[in-house]
Every structure is written in structure tokens, then in C-alpha cells.
Ligand binder design. Structure first.
Ligand code: SAM
Length: 208
């Protein structure tokens, strides 16, 4: 696998090295996102595209009583997530499941929170995938997106080079929000850090 595909689906030794870098690179954005998140009703989280488990470890320190299911296409990423979050894993607060966002192996309404950090760029069909995330959420649940990139004139040149290299896809903030509403979410709230290009988007199901 080449360097670029290690971002889409990290695997093997190179993938683990890439995931270590991602855990470090995403730390500042996650700290900022967590400062802008009301975490009071987060109890049962599905982390889709968990990668090396860094964002999950930051979230789990904020919501100390929550349980986590980490899902990724890559078995190596699931192993790394267990290592990085070893105490949560040993305490039974964390389980890992190999799978794709296209077809989540969970019953309807299983979680109160679906968390997705830096992964939607690679999802095959955003609308259908958001619907699938919505399906596994209980009434009153939420989907949380945290990303360091979206489509905007300011970032277009950089995005085009990422798009070519990593085959990433970007939407504008309005497009993400409108897809989430089309997928059945009742309310979408966006907070953006324009300087860094970070955003956190919370899409709530009915019943909140
Ligand atoms: C850029 S990494 C981000 C990892 C982690 N969330 C983070 O922020 O550090 C993207 C992750 O999404 C996963 N991924 C890509 N497509 C996916 C899909 N269709 N379903 C589930 N996970 C997927 C990849 O395997 C990879 O681990």
C-alpha cells in the first residue's frame, strides 16, 4: 500500500505509523472540539472510522462514564485503538468491531451518539452513510462530526491537492448540514474555527 492509501485505510506497520501521526495531529482539533461540545448526555458511543483511537481516548476522558464501540475497516486500527485505550478496554468500556459505515452491524437505535472524526472524506455515499448512522441512533441521540477540512474558497487549493493524493471528498459546511437533514436528523448545529479550518457539527435526532 502506498502512503496515500494509508490515510484512507491504514494497515500494517506503515499504517500504524500513519495512525500515530494522525493521533498526534488531530489532538489539538479534538481538544478544541471537546471544548465546544455539550457532553452531558453522551453514554453509549459508536466511533465510526476510529483509526488509531486517539480521538476516542480524548473523548473518553471527557465522558468518563460512557461506553464505546470502535468500528473501522482495518483490523490493525482496531488493535491499535485497544492498545491506545487499554484501560477502557480492560474495564469493559470499549469493544471493537470490524466493519464499514455502509452497513453497520448493529440493531436500530443501539447508541445515543455516533462520533466520526476525520473519516467522512472516504465514505462511499455520504447521504446513505449518514442515514445508516441515523438508523443506529436512539431517539434523542446525536451524530458528531469533527473535521479539519471542508470545501471553501479559502482551502480550495489545499483541498484539491488532498483530493488528488488521498482521494478525499469534501463538502461545504452547508452541504454537510443539508445531507444530515436529508438523512433524517432534525437539527444540525455547526461550530467552525475558521483560522485553523476545523469544525464540529452536531446532528440531533428527534426527541432532543
Ligand atoms: C484519516 S483516518 C481517521 C482516524 C481517526 N478517526 C482519527 O481522527 O485519528 C480515517 C479512518 O476511517 C476509516 N474508514 C475509511 N472508510 C471507512 C468506511 N467506509 N467505514 C468505516 N471506516 C472507514 C479508515 O480505515 C481510517 O482508519
Amino acid at each position: 500500500m502506498n502512503f496515500h492509501s494509508q490515510v484512507r485505510r491504514p494497515a500494517g506497520v506503515q499504517g500504524i505509523m500513519m495512525a500515530r501521526r494522525m493521533n498526534a495531529n488531530h489532538r489539538g482539533m479534538m481538544e478544541w472540539a471537546l471544548d465546544h461540545l455539550d457532553a452531558s448526555s453522551i453514554g453509549d458511543v459508536l466511533d465510526v472510522g476510529c483509526g488509531g483511537g486517539g480521538p476516542l481516548s480524548q473523548l473518553s476522558r471527557k465522558v468518563v462514564k460512557a461506553n464505546f464501540t470502535a468500528l473501522d475497516l482495518s483490523q490493525d486500527m482496531l488493535r491499535m485503538t485497544c492498545k491506545v485505550n487499554s484501560s477502557a478496554f480492560k474495564n469493559g468500556r470499549l469493544r471493537t468491531v470490524r466493519g464499514s459505515v455502509s452497513s453497520l452491524p448493529f440493531h436500530d437505535g443501539t447508541f445515543d451518539t455516533v462520533f466520526a472524526c476525520e473519516t467522512t472524506y472516504f465514505w462511499p455515499d455520504l447521504l446513505e452513510n449518514f442515514k445508516e448512522c441515523r438508523r443506529v441512533l436512539a431517539k434523542g441521540g446525536r451524530m458528531i462530526l469533527v473535521q479539519e477540512a471542508w470545501d471553501s474558497p479559502k482551502w480550495r487549493e489545499r483541498n484539491e491537492s488532498w483530493q488528488k493524493g488521498f482521494k478525499m471528498r469534501f463538502c461545504s459546511l452547508e452541504e454537510y448540514a443539508s445531507l444530515l437533514r436529508e438523512a433524517g436528523f432534525a437539527k444540525v448545529t455547526t461550530t467552525a474555527e475558521e483560522q485553523q479550518g476545523w469544525f464540529v457539527m452536531v446532528a440531533e435526532t428527534e426527541g432532543n
